[in-house]
Design a protein around this ligand. Structure first.
Ligand SMILES: O=C(O)c1cccc(C(=O)CC[C@H]2O[C@@H](n3cnc4c(=O)[nH]cnc43)[C@H](O)[C@@H]2O)c1
Length: 226
């Protein structure tokens, strides 16, 4: 376990991995997929970036981990990630952290007040995406956006895709979880199983059960990669 000493890597023997999910049905799906592997702890972050940051920070303050993963269901951007597919993050981006200006949205980075993008271990993201695809699961790789407000219109979806070219999925916790880990120098990754398309709100069309099944299968693949 490394936290401060960087002794182990996420894939070394004996590495400890923390998976943060928003709600208990996500935790249950992941635990089924992990088949009792004791390298992993799956904990509740709560819904939204603030709860996720607070709860991840509390856990990391008492227990050392070599990798932190934000996982759960999420929305897929049209033409990027279809419902029931999986998305592995190449970057975790707080897409609504900034200011509206007469010339459009300015991110916190552009305003000079902080950062809104947290990188992930690219080789781990590549390897996991390939392993998911080899296992016959539809899997995509790309930026995953964190938003405090679930997108509910085609206009906002298009604006987010303009703001972050290649945006593949959105959810509400990734940047909170990643900020807590990044602050301690612990590598992070985000994995989302797509339950709905990002766009006009139609709660009846959300395929939560199918997305949770995909999350369970993805968790089994994690065992091969880590
Ligand atoms: O019914 C609603 O309009 C509604 C409003 C706020 C939250 C919800 C949720 O069901 C919680 C979202 C939960 O799932 C993740 N998630 C799933 N799809 C999306 C999405 O398209 N955009 C953002 N987040 C999404 C999220 O990470 C939360 O944990 C419903």
């Amino acid at each position: 376990m490394n936290v401060n000493q960087n002794v182990a890597t996420p894939r070394s023997k004996g590495a400890r991995i923390l998976i943060m999910v928003a709600v208990s049905v996500e935790r249950d799906a992941i635990l089924r997929g992990l088949q009792g592997d004791t390298r992993f702890d799956v904990q509740l972050a709560g819904v939204g970036p603030v709860a996720a940051a607070v709860n991840t920070t509390k856990i990391l303050a008492t227990t050392p981990y070599d990798l932190v993963i934000s996982a759960g269901i999420g929305g897929g951007f049209p033409s990027q990630a279809e419902v029931t597919s999986l998305v592995v993050s190449t970057e975790i981006i707080a897409a609504d952290l900034g200011a509206e200006t007469p010339d459009g949205f300015s991110s916190l980075d552009e305003l000079g007040f902080g950062f809104t993008r947290i990188p992930v271990d690219a080789s781990l993201a590549n390897q996991l995406t390939e392993a998911l695809q080899l296992a016959g699961l539809p899997a995509h790789k790309g930026p995953i956006l964190t938003l405090a407000t679930v997108t509910g219109t085609a206009e906002t979806a298009a604006e987010l895709q303009r703001r972050v070219p290649g945006a593949t999925a959105e959810a509400m916790e990734g940047f909170g979880v990643a900020s807590a880990a990044h602050d301690l120098g612990i590598p992070v990754l985000e994995i989302r199983a797509i339950s709905n398309a990002v766009g006009p709100r139609d709660r009846s069309a959300w395929r939560i059960k199918d997305a949770l099944d995909a999350l369970e299968k993805a968790s089994t693949v994690l065992l091969e990669v880590l």
